[in-house]
Design a protein around this ligand. Structure first.
Ligand SMILES: Cc1ncc(COP(=O)(O)O)c(C=O)c1O
Length: 356
């Protein structure tokens, strides 16, 4: 399967807003799922001290060391990337390629299939269905792995856009099934906000499981781009060889280091997400809608025509993600922001639902 069309993503699109005559400064963005508190305060100060006339550390040595120390692994097991998206593409090139198959647990973040397609490989999807609350039947996953012998298996935990987290026992089964077959890539982009995050310890003890994490999401740095993976040293090395030099710029490295030093920021953000999510779920239900249960910092809800609802909300200065590109055209995905912002969204959505 080839993927030559551009992948759809959340985040504001300046050209779309210009066409609609909407001032981006007046739009609240619920379409990208990032830390609702913004970056930790120390990040701005750290950015000011970066010498932009110097090349950044190609190895991201200080940041890699700090991340590895926090996780309890050696630095040879961590690779920092220009967002976790870069790492998805590097993994697809390092382990995919012409004639190579990958299994994607779907509906899923669009870059897995895009990266595999660009690398020349083929994607086999293991679908989760609405009738099952978008929870996967792990046996179908195990069958697909046995049948396809994929070089790569991608699964989001928690998953975008459904908010479902596969349980530890099922993840362990997938890890067993992929041993000696290929790499199991667990995309933990939303781990920091998960109510039941995976226990990484047994997964880090294997040499074919890759954990992908996004500091873009954790610390609200999408404009800088920062992500990392934790894997066996040989997987890190094989992937790193394909990474262009200076891929992770100096500002992103400095921001990441400063963010890691602020231990309270994530805890505060989790609390904010918990409050905002409880509010959103309750109010969506009060509007007669049925949001999917979510283990992440976003809520996905069936609204009828997702594209129509998105357009009408955008005209009211509220950007949500329409889920058509995930194969879920009846749904929109709403990032959890501060409760005061969520109040604005619910007021706008109440008007849209009422036909206004
Ligand atoms: C599941 C998932 N993985 C990875 C990413 C990419 O994150 P980053 O900004 O670190 O490239 C996203 C962003 O939307 C995502 O939803």
């Amino acid at each position: 399967m080839s993927h030559m069309t551009e992948t759809v993503h959340g985040g504001l699109d300046p050209s779309e807003l210009a066409e609609l005559g909407i001032d981006p400064a007046g739009v609240l963005d619920f379409s990208a799922n990032i830390n609702p508190l913004g970056p930790p305060p120390g990040v701005r100060q750290a950015l000011e001290s970066v010498d932009v006339a110097a090349y950044p550390d190609r190895r991201c040595g200080a940041l890699t060391g700090a991340l590895a120390h926090g996780i309890g692994v050696g630095p040879e097991r961590v690779l920092v990337g220009n967002g976790s998206t870069e790492l998805i593409h590097l993994l697809a090139r390092a382990y995919g390629g012409r004639g190579v198959r990958a299994v994607v647990f779907a509906p899923a973040f669009g870059e897995y299939a895009a990266a595999i397609g660009i690398a020349g490989g083929g994607v086999v999807q293991v679908e989760a269905y609405e009738a099952d609350g978008f929870c996967w039947d792990v046996h179908r996953g195990l069958e697909a792995i046995a049948r396809e012998q994929p070089a790569l298996v991608f699964i989001g935990v928690p998953n975008n856009p459904t908010g479902v987290s596969m349980g530890q026992a099922d993840v362990q089964k997938l890890a067993e099934a992929t041993r000696g077959v290929g790499l199991l890539v667990l995309d933990e982009a939303y781990r920091a906000f998960a109510e039941s995050p995976l226990d990484s310890r047994p997964l880090l003890a294997t040499d074919h499981v890759v954990l992908l994490r996004s500091m873009t999401k954790d610390y609200a740095l999408p404009g800088l781009r920062l992500g990392y993976m934790v894997a066996a040293a040989d997987v890190v090395e094989r992937t790193r060889r394909l990474q262009p030099p200076w891929s992770v710029n100096g500002m992103a490295q400095a921001a990441g280091l400063a963010a890691l030093q602020d231990e309270g920021h994530l805890a505060k953000a989790r609390e904010e997400v918990r409050r905002g999510k409880t509010y959103l779920m309750g109010e969506l239900e009060a509007l007669g809608l049925t949001p999917l249960p979510s283990d992440a910092n976003f809520v996905t809800v069936k609204v009828g025509d997702g594209s129509e609802v998105r357009t009408r909300l955008l005209a009211k200065g509220m950007a949500v993600r329409d889920c058509a590109s995930f194969g879920m055209p009846a749904y929109v995905r709403i990032a959890v922001r501060r409760e005061s912002d969520c109040r604005g969204l619910i007021a706008a959505l109440a008007q849209v639902v009422a036909g206004g």
